[in-house]
Structures are given as structure tokens and as C-alpha cells.
Design a protein around this ligand. Sequence first.
Ligand code: F6R
Length: 638
Amino acid sequence: MCGIVGYVGRSYSKNLVLDGMQKLEYRGYDSAGIVFVEEKTSRLSYLKKIGKVADLAKGLDGLSGDGFVCMGHTRWATHGIVDEANAHPHFNCKGDIALIHNGIIEGYEVVRKELALKGHKFLSQTDSEVLVHYFSSVFELYKSVKPSILDLVKKFKGAYSLAILMQDIPDQLIVVRHNSPLVLGKQEKGFFVASDIVAFAGKVEEFAFMPEDSIAIINKKSIELFNFSGEVLLPAWQKSSFVFDIVNKDGFEHFMLKEIYEQKKVIERIVNFYRLVGTDSKLSAHNDLGNYFDYQLDIEYQDRIWQQLGITIDQVKNLKNINLVAAGTSWHACKIAQFFFEYICKIQTNVYLSSEFCYMPFFEQKDSIYIFVSQSGETADTLQALRRVNSYNIPTIVITNVASSTMVQEAGGFLPMQAGVEVSVASTKAFSAQQVILFILANRIALEQNKITPELMKHAEEDLFIAAQVLELSIENYKWEISQKLAEQYSVYKKFIFLGRHISYPFAMEAALKLKEISYIFAQSYPAGELKHGPIALVDNNTPVVIFSSLDDIIYKKIVSNAQEIKARHGHLVIFAFEGQTELADLAEQAFIVPRVNPFLGPLAMSGLMQFFVYEITKKLGNPIDKPRNLAKAVTVE
Ligand code: F6R
């Protein structure tokens, strides 16, 4: 999604900002722009380009000069098509004030019309451009920055972070945070601001998250921070130990493939990180994937895991309701985890889609917790849901891969996912990591509530190691057949149906999502038992039906019956089954057989193989696997 980077200081700024923009590329964007006050002319100099920051950088070679104040933006289109007019920065009519913006402005059309009636000319279809025209008009009135920006934040609703650069006040940046993150960075020669700390990791000595609903006026020597009422705030500076590790493909053709193959190591690392060791129950932290997301869990003894989560042991012992909230792939991991909490802890568990959660009635439950699961920790829908629950006196916990994310700052407690940087837009290793952490958490709660013994807890950890091995082994077993034969064969189909039952149903949903997001092939998932209630009308020989089996004997028998119903209608069956499930496998045109694991870990064990199958199909189609069209890595708009 959109990214903001700004610099004010004593160093030439163009390349510092460009470098930061490159580091934000992982978020996904479709155009980029940069603006600075040119040292010699004292005028705003800017460039916008559709496509990559690298294209912008090439263009900048032809744009002479540099300056000491600069801001850059990567845009993921929301209002208006992808073109240079809609790319940021946007300018006021005189062209002497520039603005970049992340987020969405609600009700901007009314203000746009009012300003147009007063003679303002708009060059783009964006909501963002309205902000700069409005700011310019109020600045003419107040002739001072602070009242003008306070007026602007009162006027506009929505979710936004923005930065403003004024030609006539060339040594300052004005930045605003409202429901969209911004972080400040301090170094000896100046200040940075960015939507993600990654943009200036390694370049600053200290950083401070801008508080929600705050404004900063940054100049070369100081930062004036205040809230939306104009009251002065002090930035909470922290020493910065973030290092930006260059994440490369390590010889793999795509990040997605690399990340699929990292999963075994990630699972082992998480278990080691959270595991109970011996009788003194010490937790050890492993650091072998070393990256800037690394977070040293401050836990010496097992009880302290609950402190880390901001809940007391008594609260854990009395827990009667668990609520999981997430979006997309993370939501699928939560749907799988519902089985962990309900079967292992025997605690009723609700799973919510974050985009729906805020618009449904809220029922306060006693002895409940809310767990928010998000790879990025920035997903706007999930963040809004977290804020809603935070307004009640109920414990909130976030499980995320990004220790510096907004969700971590706002949740009552935090468990690090420890998956390492996930670059591919299509989530793979984060999905596995989420399943692992939620499985461990379910067992830890069950242990605390005396529903399992310490022995069973240890078995659960060993089972995770086994599942990790199976995940990788299954890819190896079918690697050749998939890449040399099956990928080609299945890439010709225009639609797929994915089925599962019980714990394998959310996994089927995830498989359908993976296929559609990278291959652009239409894929629909259903619980296998629902097929006969309508969707079976879709079954024909041109639509592969992919079924994921279960290790529960009763569910398995039901799945066999569902497969037979499809076979009887000349359906084309692709089956992911476990060893010994020959009755099911024999029905298939293509069967993938996976070694048996702890039944709760069946989806985890099959994750790698499913992802690899989808990856290879997409490779045959020649799509941009790591950056599928229209998608972004961090979805920071609602
Ligand atoms: C799909 C995918 C998305 C994300 C979703 C939530 O591969 O990655 O569906 O899972 O946008 O993102 P996070 O987990 O960052 O909240």
C-alpha cells in the first residue's frame, strides 16, 4: 500500500528519500513520486512515474539539483486510475505547496466542489489533491502553519497520514498521523519521517512513533509535536537498534518459493522460541533467521508469557471465551486455530473477519480475550477491530510478524510470529507460523487450565517438529512431478473448486485464495458437505475439484462419500490425502499423499505442498508471482 518517506536536515536528501522508498517497496504500489526544494533555485522540483521506484530513480538522473528537504511517496491506487496525474505529490494551484498522502479521506467530494467553485483547479481524480488545495486556502487566511494544519485535521475524516512541503518555508516538513502510522527518526544531521521504520532503519540513532492524532512540524534542528487540539506533546524517543537486512532470494527464482522452503526452519524456530524446556520451564529464544523483525521475548519463566500478553494467570485459568480476529490468509489460520482452542482447551471460540467485525453488534463477554492475528500488524480492518475492543475493558493480544507495527503499540499484549521478513505478497510462511503459534498458545492455555498434562504439552511441541519435516518432505516427494508435468496440465483450467471438511475446510479456503491471487484462475471453496446443496451443479470434467482430507476417521469417511458424489458426475478429482487413505486416493485423477501427523496439524503438514502446486501452476502462466496485480503486502486502507 502507499508509503511515505521524508527527510529534513543538513544532508542532501534526494537519495536518502529514494533509498527509503525502495525499502518500502515490499508494501506494494503502482506509481511513485518525489519532491524537494531545489537548493539553487529555492523552488519545488518533482518527478512522478508509473511503475517502480527504480524507474523514478532513473528519471531523477535527468532532474538536476538536490536539496535538504525532500519527501517521496509510493502510491497504491484507491481513488483514480494508475497514472502520473494521480501519483503523488499533489500541488496547490500556485504549485508552491506539495502534499503526499496515505489512506482515504471520507466525504472529500463536498470540499472539492466547494473549492472548485472558488476557482481551484484539480488535476487528478484523487481525494489527496483536495487536501493540498484546502491547506493552501486556509494558509492564505491564517498566514501561519499551525492554525492551518489544525483547521485541516478538523475538516477531514477518514484514515490518513500525510506530509506537506512548502516552497516558501523550505526547511520544514509538516506531517500528520490519523489512523495511519507514521514514525519519526533522529540522527545527528537531521530528521526522517516514514510510514514504516524500515524506510530509515540503520540511518538513525533514535526513533519515535507519532502518537495517534498528532501533528509534527519538523525542521533542521527540532520537531514540534502537538495533538489535534494544538497541545504540545513530547516525542517518546527510543534508541534504534533496527538494522535493515537486505532480504534476497538466496538463489530461488521467486521470494514465494524461497519462503515456501523456509517454513520448516520457521516452525522449528518458533517451537524453540516458545517451548518449555525441562522442569524449570525456561523459554529460549533462537535468532537464526536474523532480520529486523527479530524480537527478543522478555520471558525467563513460563508464567511470564502471560505477562507478555498483558493477562494474569488467573485470567488464563478462568478463560471461557476466545475471540480471533483477522483478514485474508491470517483469518484462515484463525479458522484452523478455532479447532485447537475448542478441542484442546475446550473453550468456545469465535472467529471474526476484521472487515465485518466493526459493523456488527458487540457483545461484551466475561472472562474472554481477543486475539488479533496479522502478518503485517498494519492491516487497517484488523486495526480498527482492535481499537473497537480496546474501548472495552477486555484483554487484547496481537500475534504479528512486525514488532514495530501499530497493532503492537496498541494491543494489550503481543506474541512475535518469528517468521522472518515475508516479501512475497502471497503469504506462505506467515500462514504456517500463525498456525504454529496458535497451536502452542492453545496448548499453553489448556496446560494452565489443567486440561492437558506437561507431558502432552511436550508431545504437542514434538508433533510440530514432525509436521515441519512432513511439510518439507511432501514438497520434495512431488517436486519433480509437479514442476515437470502437473503444473502444465493444471494451468490450462479456467476454474477450480476446493473442498475440505472440519479442520480441512479453512485450509481449502486458503488454497483457493492462494490460487486466485497469484494465478488469477477463478477458484471457489466450499465445505465438502455443502456441495450437494447447490454447488454440485458446477461439477464437470473441465473444473478440477481439489479435496483436502482429514485425519479424523469420521470426517474422513464423510469426505470419501463427497468424493464419490463428484466422481459419479464425471468430476475431475485432485486429492490431498494422508498415508493409508487409499479409498479416497483411488478415486482421484491425481492424488498427493502426505505422511500422517497430529490430526490438528494436518493443514500445516499439507501447507508447503499446496503452496508449491499453486506456485508452479502460476509459473507456467508467466504471472509476476511475488507481486500479483492489484494487490499490496500491507493493506492499510479499510
Ligand atoms: C494473502 C494475503 C492476505 C493477507 C491479508 C491480511 O496471501 O497475504 O490475504 O493475509 O491481507 O494481512 P495481515 O496478515 O498482514 O493482516
